[in-house]
Design a protein around this ligand. Sequence first.
Ligand code: ADP
Length: 221
Amino acid sequence: MIPGARLILLGRQGAGKGTQCVRLSRHFVVPHISTGDMLRAAVREGTELGVMAKRVMDEGGLVGDEIMVGLVRERLSQPDAVGRGYILDGFPRTVGQAEALDIINSERPIDVVIDLDVPRELVLQRITARRVCRDCGTNYVATGNEHMPWICEVCGGDVMQRDDDTTEAIAHRLDLYEEQTSPLIEFYQRDGRLAIVDGVASPDEVFRRLTAAVEASRRPA
Ligand code: ADP
């Protein structure tokens, strides 16, 4: 086990980041911090942030950097993240967010940034088939043979398609990824913090590759 690991998992929407982050967070016993989950919680609670975020998310847009940086700064200052480290999922998504994160983290820098690489054509297919539990967020793959209503095996909640998993919103999110998020690969490559993991394999094999990448980054040089 690796105490106090600070990781970022980058990758296109639908690359399997969310599911892998849940497993990594159990394996390394560090909190999984997903900005998408934080925003969806705000939407459910109907806060001012939630009302604004829902509009942006349903169109497949990005919530402004200032708001996102504020949310993450506050979350990373919580005792669990300070003491045990964290896995960031969905943040940073722009170079502006990455620069702000370096300032927030100046005393405790990120150990490794992993780009979970899955080509655009494949993630498009995966997101179209993605279904998710409205209550606990567990992901499922639709085959068309499910009994309706579809009930989550983990918590008994309703399994549905996310409001932002429409064809238009998905295309917009993937375009924004190429424009705004993919420059982060070079940003982190420049200072040697980036590991690229091929995400085209079974979930167990991808998990094995991810843990190996984290462990390699933590071995003393
Ligand atoms: P996905 O990776 O499948 O798009 P997420 O759950 O990570 O899903 O995010 C859902 C939505 O939340 C994004 O499409 C975006 O609108 C918003 N969001 C999440 N994280 C960020 C971020 N760091 N910056 C801006 N918007 C964000």
